[in-house]
Design a protein around this ligand. Structure first.
Ligand code: MN
Length: 284
């Protein structure tokens, strides 16, 4: 008899670290949420919900069981010392990158993407970031903080230059943010994104609020007028030719959705992102 047990890991992510080609890392940072907190509960909620899915995807005709994924668990983070938490996440990520493993970050609030970029830029100087999000996140500062989920893409632009960011799905921002985005040229459509990202290492950050609140109401800052689930998957599959070297999914806030449809959407989105972008057996 083939004994099978569920676990607290993400679906099918049961490879030992040493043998894995991809690593799931929970980053439950939940410090600067301005409207609705609760993202610290997201990584484990996503893992638990993922067991409601199949490892095989009809959408991509691929199976998680064919990949060597390790779920490393959640990083123990300080919640008040934001810069300290960001440095900690960066350190973990650098270890994973040096081991040539594909990082899969489960947020947490959007600020964790800054740690990812700070780590990746050391190894991929030609890095381009693609952001799927309702919000531009380009404020210079928010409520007196320069480090915030509302400023994260501005901090990333400070590192990479705004021309190395492609923002998709944006439907909210201040006049100043949108002006800044236009000057940087970061607001992009898919064809332009493909052109700019061709041949370059790409980090993909997916804020779950890019989905419509009817699909995913359990997020920190829901914004009406978003993508359907199918539209979001279609968008991701249009990016599948790109050399994505890691991704995060952020801003899920499970306490705001007792129906759990938001966490199921997040888990399925992550399954598809893994199947689209994780290397099969060879490390890259
Ligand atoms: Mn965001």
């Amino acid at each position: 008899m083939d004994l099978q047990f569920s676990s607290r890991s993400f679906l099918a992510a049961h490879a030992p670290y040493d043998k894995s080609t991809a690593v799931v890392i929970g980053c439950p940072l939940d410090s600067t949420s301005s409207f609705r907190s609760g993202t610290r509960f997201a990584p484990q909620a996503i893992r638990d919900a993922s067991w409601g899915l199949e490892t095989y995807s009809l959408l991509s005709n691929k199976d998680l069981d064919d990949l060597e994924i390790c779920d490393a668990g959640d990083i123990l983070l300080p919640q008040v010392n934001v810069e300290g938490a960001l440095e900690l996440i960066q350190g973990y990520l650098e270890t994973v990158i040096r081991a040539k493993k594909f990082p899969i970050l489960l947020g947490g609030e959007h600020l964790i993407s800054l740690s990812a970029v700070r780590a990746l830029i050391k190894y991929y100087p030609n890095l381009l970031v693609i952001q799927l999000d309702a919000h531009a996140d380009l404020r210079q500062e928010y409520l007196g903080d320069i480090l915030s989920h509302a400023t994260v893409m501005r901090r990333i632009a400070d590192i990479l230059g705004g021309e190395n960011i492609c923002q998709l799905g944006i439907r909210s921002g201040t006049k100043e943010e949108i002006q800044a985005a236009r000057i940087m040229g970061s607001l992009a459509q898919v064809p332009e994104t493909l052109q700019r990202a061709a041949g370059r290492p790409v980090y993909l950050t997916v804020d779950l609020d890019v989905l419509d609140p009817a699909v995913a109401p359990g997020v920190g800052t829901p914004e009406p007028g978003g993508l359907t689930f199918v539209e979001c998957i279609t968008l991701i599959s249009q990016l599948s030719s790109l050399r994505v070297i890691g991704f995060d999914v952020v801003e899920l806030s499970p306490p705001y959705d007792p129906t759990q449809q938001s966490v199921m959407a997040a888990a399925k989105l992550i399954r598809e992102l893994i199947l689209h972008f994780c290397p099969a057996n060879t490390l890259r």
